[in-house]
Design a protein around this ligand. Structure first.
Ligand code: C5P
Length: 219
């Protein structure tokens, strides 16, 4: 049994996926964190982000582990904890370019399918329902208006006491959606059999409950 949650940046996929996984005792697999980890490594080693085969050569030297503790999912790159670093602005603004290369995606998808084989897993990303797990029993496409997604991110940053510019966030989120939707290989797209949930006026628990109900209907 696999649950696929796809959608644009900042729609709340990871928070919802985590909650659903927790409530159903499923494994949560954050596929975005895997692309972010490669981006982090590539920036650090000054690999040309336009070059898919160089990125693939780098990826072949990397292990990326998503380790769950009671609080959060920690991300390890060759056993180094990079949980915080992969959320930096630099990684966020380059990850769509890195993930656009077919050489990178084919390897990532293989790793993701292997992880999902444990059975009961929730995966969130952009191409889970369309490409990674086209036979997933539950497929959700989670959206929200760009204004709402920017507002949530803005509040999150402010709550952490970090500098944040709402208008700038709106531009960055829209740019990332555009890049992710327009890439040639496995773009961000709603699967034909996915259920679309617009979270603009819903809370995280409301969205999670809707997905849990869907899952129960299908088991
Ligand atoms: O989900 P998150 O915002 O962390 O994803 C970061 C980026 O990784 C996305 O903007 C997208 O470029 C890429 N990604 C992807 N396919 C996935 C998950 C993430 O291309 N399945």
């Amino acid at each position: 049994m696999n649950i696929a949650i796809d959608g644009p940046a900042g729609a709340g996929k990871s928070t919802v996926a985590k909650l659903v996984a927790e409530k159903l005792s499923y494994l949560y697999i954050d596929t975005g964190a895997m692309y972010r980890s490669l981006t982090f490594a590539a920036l650090r080693q000054r690999v040309n982000l336009e070059n898919g085969s160089e990125l693939r050569t780098l990826l072949d030297t990397l292990t990326i582990d998503l380790k769950h503790d009671s609080e959060q999912v920690k991300v390890f790159l060759n056993n180094e904890d990079i949980t915080e670093q992969i959320r930096s602005n630099e990684v966020t603004s380059n990850v769509s370019l890195v993930s656009s290369h077919e050489e990178v995606r084919t390897e990532m998808v293989e790793r993701q399918r292997l992880l999902a084989k444990v059975g009961r897993a929730v995966l969130d990303g952009r191409d889970i329902g369309t490409y990674v797990l086209p036979k997933a029993e539950v497929k959700v496409f989670l959206t929200a208006t760009v204004e709402e997604r920017a507002r949530r991110r803005h509040e999150e940053l402010q709550a952490k006491g970090l500098q944040s510019d709402y208008e700038q966030l709106k531009i960055e989120i829209a740019r990332r959606d555009e890049l992710d939707s327009s890439r040639v290989f496995a773009p961000l797209r709603k699967a034909d059999d996915a259920i679309e949930i617009d979270s603009t006026h819903l809370t995280i628990p409301e969205v999670a409950d809707a997905i849990i109900d869907l899952t129960k209907e299908r088991t």
